[in-house]
Design a protein around this ligand. Structure first.
Ligand code: G1P
Ligand code: ZN
Length: 544
């Protein structure tokens, strides 16, 4: 066992995106590719030397190999202790929980979230800071700069270690502890939610649910929490065994990819409640009987009902949503007199607001909700929040949401994604929209009068940092809105996202199909951005 220094050359494409560095597995397997990035983390995060690192991933293809490599680089860089999830598994929220609970110096999480896994699919790596959250831009940029000048990395020459047995081993001078992936996280959930009350709901015999782990990391977490600790019937968790290619599926909890789950909510024997989470466990989808809760509505309903939930009953400080997320939560915040923040896309922008206690709850339209209990969005947390709410209110999911609309108005919401379009075409489309911004306010488009149009920019109220060009917003009189932005997580070409939101305050008009409520806005969006002409696409790749 000896430390060696390996000569290397920089790669020029290691700039982390919305959520860490994501590439095809094959790219990560290029000689020195992963090693360079990991060494750049240790070179820039000096507290890790002599410190404690948390390490785990979502179990996708290459997870175990990457963990072995990172452990050996950590050892050669003088990390004193590494906490590794058993089997190399840690959901993103569990990693955040463990980073915080044991006051460590940060964590490395291996995941490409909801992207497919397998030898020809995606892999990802991200660094989370000691607060448990994704590294802020200053940190990711420093890592990126380092990757551009890296000339060597240090690594311990040693065979792979056993990742599947709990306990402690040594790698050179470094203590490696294989820890239970689930326990700390499940314990935290018990502090936040009324497990007795939820258990009574399951024991009542009239309440059934399914949780779809999508063959990804939440399987073991959901089984322990729902079936063991809460007494839900065996079989409540489906697709609960993590696999390296997610059973060949796309571990993205939406109506398209979680269709097996959706079927459980339909027909005569429909369950009362269903939910799913993604590859790394930070996203959630919430369903009632024949009823889909949009993530934007889910956040708004949570804010309105937080006082009913054990961990939040003392009151919440405020709420934040990412810019493209519907304004449903804003309406609740306004009524309750709570501060409300609009941030750029990506969980990292919530970190400062949470640390500074400006907000307690936050969410994104992309099936992400969370709170100040950790610094990541949290899929199972959202499911437990809903379960706790259902147990207290003793109403159906549909009743809770439709009552919410009556009280606050309904923000019909949908998102069109145009995937893998030509990068240059995508940029040109956005540039042409930018050029139109100044003339739009005051214009009427298909009967909708434009109130404002801008390229969203954000100044962090805590550290003053500025993020520009975060997406085009076009707001209409009456509260409807269209947003255009390019994805920061794709691995192929560019993805254009079009977010559409139609506000309806009149309860007699709140029960339309979303599609019907959106037709005008869709037309406006297509014309305004010249989507067909510029991308050649006559319809989006996915509608969520
Ligand atoms: C997407 C979502 C965004 C989320 C991110 C990471 O990013 O839109 O809300 O934070 O994944 O899960 P995008 O591809 O749009 O940049
Ligand atoms: Zn995820």
């Amino acid at each position: 066992m000896k430390n060696v220094t390996i000569k290397t050359q920089p790669y020029d494409d290691q700039r982390p995106g919305t959520s860490g560095l994501r590439k095809k597995v094959k790219v990560f397997q290029t000689p020195h590719y992963l090693e360079n990035f990991v060494q750049a983390i240790f070179d820039t995060q000096s507290d890790l030397k002599g410190g404690t690192l948390v390490l785990g991933g979502d179990g996708r293809y290459y997870n175990r190999d990457a963990i072995q490599i990172i452990l050996r680089i950590a050892a050669a860089n003088g990390v004193s202790r590494v906490l590794v999830g058993c089997g190399g598994l840690l959901s993103t929220p569990a990693a955040s929980c463990i980073i915080r609970k044991y006051k460590t110096d940060g964590g490395i999480i291996l995941s490409a979230s909801h992207n497919p896994g397998g030898p020809d699919e995606d892999f990802g790596i991200k660094f989370n800071t000691p607060n448990g959250g994704p590294a802020p831009e200053a940190v990711t940029e420093a890592i990126y700069r380092r990757t551009k000048e890296i000339a060597e990395y240090r690594i311990l020459e040693t065979p792979p270690i056993d990742l599947d047995t709990l306990g402690e081993t040594r790698l050179g001078e470094t203590r490696v502890e294989i820890i239970d992936s689930v326990k700390d996280y499940a314990d935290l959930m018990m502090e936040l939610f009324d497990f007795n009350r939820i258990r009574m709901l399951f024991e009542s015999g009239v309440f059934t649910m399914r949780f779809d782990a999508m063959h990804a990391v939440t399987g073991p977490y959901a089984t322990e929490i729902l079936e063991v600790r809460l007494g839900a019937a065996p079989g409540t968790v489906i697709n609960g065994t993590p696999s390296t290619d997610f059973g060949g599926g796309h571990p993205d909890p939406n109506l398209v990819h979680a269709h097996q789950l959706v079927e459980f909510t339909q027909g005569a024997n429909a369950v009362n409640f269903a939910a799913a989470s993604d590859g790394d466990g930070d996203r959630n989808m919430i369903l009632g009987r024949n009823f889909f809760v949009t993530p934007s509505d889910s956040l708004a309903v949570m804010v309105a009902n937080a006082h009913l939930i054990k961990g939040y009953s003392a009151g919440i400080n405020g709420v934040a949503r990412s810019m493209p997320t519907s304004q449903a939560a804003d309406r609740v915040a306004e009524k309750l007199g709570l501060p409300c923040f609009e941030t750029p896309t990506g969980w990292k922008f919530f970190g400062n607001l949470l640390d500074d206690r400006k907000i307690t709850l936050c969410g994104e339209e992309s099936f992400g909700t969370g709170s100040d209990h950790i610094r990541e969005k949290d899929g199972l947390w959202a499911v437990l929040f809903w379960l706790n709410m259902l147990a207290v209110k003793q109403q159906s999911v549909e009743k809770i949401v439709t009552d919410h609309w009556k009280a606050f108005g309904r923000n019909y919401y949908t998102r069109y994604d145009y995937e893998a379009i030509d990068k240059a075409d995508a940029e040109a489309l956005m540039d042409s929209l930018r050029e139109k911004l100044a003339q739009l306010p005051g214009q009427t488009l298909d009967g909708y009068s434009v109130e404002y149009a801008d390229d969203f920019a954000y100044t962090d109220p805590v550290d003053g940092s500025r993020s520009e060009r975060q997406g085009i917003r076009v707001g209409f009189a009456g509260g409807s809105r269209i947003v255009f932005r390019l994805s920061g997580t794709g691995t192929e070409g560019a993805t254009l996202r079009v977010y559409l939101e139609a506000y309806e305050s009149d309860p007699s008009k709140q029960m339309q199909a979303t599609e019907a409520a959106m037709t005008d806005l869709v037309d406006i969006a297509l014309k305004l951005a010249e989507i067909e002409q510029r991308t050649g696409r006559t319809k989006p790749s996915v509608i969520t």
